[in-house]
Design a protein around this ligand. Structure first.
Ligand code: GLC
Length: 424
């Protein structure tokens, strides 16, 4: 907790920002939703396992949403940047055609869940790729411009890109729309990251409207530890996951916690335990020896089995090439899953306690999204217990309903309102 808080302080201050592993990027979102937003918006959501296009209709306290998921092929995830944006534009076109939106000139909110240095709501300079993406010719560029260029290259759509935002911001906004006490947005999905409302006076890098009381800060907490501050708790399996990734040495906190890496951590521990003759009679299957074959989703499935029973586990072990695993083996695999998922829950709780202490208010709602929080049977309870041990402030963990979509529409709606106000 101490070193995370210090990293945040350093990230916020001009003189230490460069050195901090937790960058605390100001987002230019300075107003939470009032609940009165209305209008029809397009949203793009890029940054997890899937890419989505959405159309959202907001009206006071109601919203309607239609969405489609499109795959991002792995060659596009690691190919040239302009090709990724061309792919996005193709999907957007298909979506608008299907829903007859091609000529509507709709405002669009772009949820782009990677670290950005924002210079305004429609200017986001890509700092680096995370979560397995690694496109050339894009770091250092404004991703909104890259999107607009791709749309213009096609020349067959009228779209008004009004805002770019992180998924954590979307989650905070989407929960704030329902619950005005929301001050923190947390994602525990493919990656992990959090944002919170910080007093403008503390956010030295924010060069927007400094008369506002607070601004949402995207901490990019996934990179916590990249300066060595987590070295005392990283183990050999963490190091193996890191060195086999596309971005070694980066996103070390994220690699200990999030869905992109959790299954692989479990697999590495199982394989090591077998080598020491502690499980599966010392022999692991070809599948078990294959990188990334143990899905993170299995951890939630396995821990969803009633203690002492192994229904989901047996199916998974069959899938993993261990159809005859005995009860002792199953108990060991479950123990490994629990050790890794509860470590993640505890580490996240520590970061949440830090943010709650910084905000210094009771009754703060933490908006949370991501597969681990959604599907893991004990994650929410564990976090509730741990955060309570670590801070005196009261809080509430709220599952976000599609933050990346509704949040994008809400940020676009706030931007549209400001544009209108400027005109009059
Ligand atoms: C990664 C990204 C961050 C995002 C998080 C959750 O950490 O860098 O921007 O919020 O994943 O999707």
């Amino acid at each position: 907790m101490e070193s995370f808080d210090k990293a945040i302080e350093m990230g916020l201050a001009k003189s230490t920002h460069e050195k901090s592993s937790v960058k605390c990027y100001p987002t230019y979102v300075t107003d939470l939703p009032t609940g009165k937003e209305n209008g029809k918006f397009l949203a793009l959501d890029l940054g997890g396992t899937n890419f989505r296009v959405l159309v959202i209709t907001l009206s006071p306290k109601r919203f309607d949403m239609k969405s489609k998921i499109y795959a991002v092929p792995s060659n596009v995830m690691t190919g040239p940047g302009p090709e990724l944006f061309d792919h996005i534009a193709v999907c957007l076109f298909k979506f608008c055609k299907e829903y007859r939106l091609l000529n509507d000139n709709l405002p669009l909110g772009f949820t782009f869940s990677f670290p950005l240095i924002q210079k305004g709501l429609t200017q986001g300079i890509l700092v680096r790729w995370t979560k397995g993406f690694n496109c050339s010719d894009s770091v250092g560029k404004n991703v909104v411009q890259m999107l607009v260029d791709a749309i213009n290259r096609r020349g067959d759509m009228k779209i008004d890109v009004l805002a770019v935002l992180n998924d954590t911001t979307g989650t905070l906004m989407s929960c704030a729309w329902k619950n005005t006490n929301t001050r923190i947005g947390l994602i525990i999905g493919t990656g992990t990251n959090c944002c919170y409302t910080e007093k403008v006076s503390k956010v030295e890098l924010f060069d927007g409207d400094r008369s506002k009381e607070y601004v949402i800060v995207n901490t990019e907490s996934g990179a916590f530890g990249d300066d060595g501050s987590l070295d005392s708790v990283r183990n050999d399996w963490d190091k193996q996951v890191d060195s086999a990734s596309v971005n070694p040495g980066m996103q070390l906190h994220e690699k200990m916690i999030s869905g992109m890496y959790m299954g692989e951590l479990v697999r590495l521990v199982i394989v090591d335990a077998a080598k020491k003759n502690l499980v599966f009679g010392g022999a692991t299957s070809e599948k078990m020896n294959t990188r990334n074959s143990f899905l993170s989703k299995y951890v939630s499935d396995i821990e969803s089995d009633k203690r002492g029973t192994y229904n989901n586990m047996k199916k998974i072990m069959k899938e993993m090439g261990h159809p005859n695993a005995g009860d002792q083996d199953l108990a060991i695999v479950r123990f490994i899953c629990e050790a890794i998922s509860s470590r993640a829950g505890k580490m996240l709780s520590a970061t949440m306690a830090v943010l709650l202490n910084r905000i210094g208010l009771d009754n703060v709602t933490i908006g949370v999204d991501g597969s681990l929080f959604r599907f893991h049977p004990g994650f929410k309870d564990l976090m509730n217990t741990k955060i309570r041990e670590l801070t005196k402030y009261t809080f509430n963990l709220m599952l976000s309903e599609d933050g990346s979509g509704r949040g994008a529409a809400l940020v676009a709606a706030v931007a549209a309102r400001e544009l209108e106000q400027k005109k009059t």
